[in-house]
Design a protein around this ligand. Structure first.
Ligand code: ADP
Length: 482
């Protein structure tokens, strides 16, 4: 990849420079040639159209030594005609045949080709035709006098143009060479500035693909590659978080499945062993023991039913398939009703069980049955996890646009490290104790879900060995998106 961007960039810059130079060179050379040709014909026309020289030449043609006289006139005007340049020559030709009579180059003169312009002059007209493809430019003027007819012929072999163009060509070649070196260096530099960040991006991408999110791409540049690098870092971060979430939820799912299997297996195992023992006895067991065994079977079956019911409730909450029945009801009345219902159980355990309302409590909007389910769970936990003869207080009140209820006990308490986890499914501080008292480890999870659906909060304060206070707070108006 590195190689290809380097070569591509350098190649593009080289082609660009070469093309530019070639176009400039071609235009320059054509411009020089056209300028030179135009200049030649303008010069000739100006010289010969000027009355003086043309008249002098015509007058000279009347003389017997016409050729010599005309030569003198041309020489006298050599500056104006540009003959002094060296690439330009004049000749005096026979007006009827175009044959050489005399001229500035006696060697080339007799070998002159009869050009289009000479033919025009033989015809008696001025020959000024331009042939830009020819390697010469010429002018032929017919002069008729008493001593005969002549042609004044000026020819330029364009050597000046060719020399000039050759010079331009070599300058262009030199600039091309320097341009090439500069462009290769620039191309390499440019490619490097692009390739280096791309290389580090590639490296980082390879690491991410291999599951290593430890390194991010360093690039503060404001250009597109800088933006790409930052976007890449954001993406890698997001990906890492998603993977972590997935791993966590996968872990939770596994734990949950293991918990469910375990929770269900325990009652099934005891039901089976008690039933088996009863079967094996074949009616020989004494009535009291038989009654005790049957009671265990019934209790364990009830426990299983309760676990399955609680699981069903939770999975319905998860799926969002439980419709809550939000209506206005008296929170105060609900607290009182739940208290009354639990009173007998509390008395059985000799608890000092009391209730107190701090001022009048407004009615609230919510699902009465489910809120009461939360309150039952809070109070029954206090009864279960407080040694007999404990002290349990239910208090309720209102604050701002919320109502609250606290259940405080002086029971076994919850160790600090477990306080947040008791809302997790199946989490119990003391499994044996919970099971013994008929708990499933799902009560607080269900309570948490119900309170969440009401936009409320449930929180606990506890000290191991001293007691627990658990408080639920609910908005008077019910949840915002009910
Ligand atoms: P469980 O059916 O086991 O009572 P919960 O979800 O209601 O399940 O409670 C989870 C755990 O939180 C209980 O097993 C217990 O360890 C602890 N817990 C809840 N309430 C109290 C409390 N008032 N005092 C001490 N521990 C409590």
């Amino acid at each position: 990849m590195t190689k290809s961007i380097y070569t591509k960039l350098v190649a593009i810059i080289i082609v660009l420079i070469l093309a530019l130079m070639a176009v400039v060179g071609a235009f320059l050379m054509r411009g020089v040639r056209n300028f030179y040709i135009n200049e030649f014909y303008a010069q000739m026309q100006e010289a010969f159209a000027g009355a003086d020289m043309a008249a002098d030449l015509r007058a000279a043609a009347d003389e017997p030594d016409a050729a010599a006289r005309m030569t003198d006139i041309l020489r006298a005007n050599s500056g104006q005609l540009g003959i002094s340049v060296g690439t330009r020559n004049y000749y005096i030709l026979d007006g009827d045949t175009g044959a050489y009579i005399t001229g500035s180059d006696p060697v080339a003169g007799p070998k002159l080709t009869i050009t289009r312009n000479i033919l025009t002059a033989i015809d008696g007209k001025e020959g000024y035709a331009v042939g830009s493809a020819d390697d010469y430019m010429d002018v032929a003027l017919p002069i008729r006098g008493a001593s005969g007819s002549y042609i004044i012929y000026l020819i330029d072999n364009k050597e000046t143009v060719s020399n000039l163009n050759a010079e331009i060509f070599s300058i262009i070649l030199e600039s091309m060479a320097i341009g090439l070196v500069i462009s290769v260096l620039l191309g390499l530099l440019l490619a490097k500035t692009m390739v280096t960040p791309i290389q580090s991006l590639t490296k980082a991408a390879e690491k991410v693909a291999a599951g290593d999110f430890s390194e991010s791409v360093e690039n503060d540049a404001k250009d597109e590659i800088g933006v790409l690098s930052r976007t890449f870092n954001d993406m890698a971060g997001q990906l890492e978080r998603n993977i972590e979430d997935l791993q966590n939820s996968e872990q939770m799912r596994k734990e949950f499945v293991a918990n469910v299997s375990h929770e269900l297996r325990t009652p099934v195992t005891s039901i089976r062993s008690y039933a088996e023992t009863l079967c094996d006895a074949g009616g020989t067991m004494d009535a009291a023991t038989e009654q005790r065994f049957l009671e265990v079977i019934v209790r364990e079956s009830d426990r299983m039913t309760k676990i399955v019911q609680d699981l069903l409730t939770l999975s319905r909450f998860d799926a969002g398939s439980i419709a809550f029945d939000f209506q206005e009801f008296s929170f105060e009345q609900s607290v009182q009703d739940v208290y009354n219902a639990q009173l007998l159980e509390a008395q059985k355990r000799n608890h000092n069980f009391g209730i107190q309302f701090t001022g009048p409590i407004p009615p609230i909007r919510g699902d009465r049955a489910r809120i009461e389910q939360v309150l039952i769970n809070m109070i029954s936990n206090a009864i279960k996890y407080t040694p007999d003869g404990g002290r349990i207080r239910v208090t309720a009140g209102t604050k701002g646009d919320t109502v609250w209820c606290t259940v405080r006990d002086n029971g076994i308490g919850i160790p600090k490290q477990d306080q947040n986890r008791v809302f997790e499914r199946f989490y119990r501080v003391d499994k044996a104790r919970s099971r013994e008292s008929g708990g499933t480890g799902l009560g607080l999870s269900i309570a948490y879900e119900i309170v969440q659906r009401h936009d409320g909060t449930i929180a606990l304060q506890s000290q191991k060995g001293k007691g627990t206070a658990i408080t639920v707070t609910l908005p008077v108006g019910g949840p915002k998106h009910a």
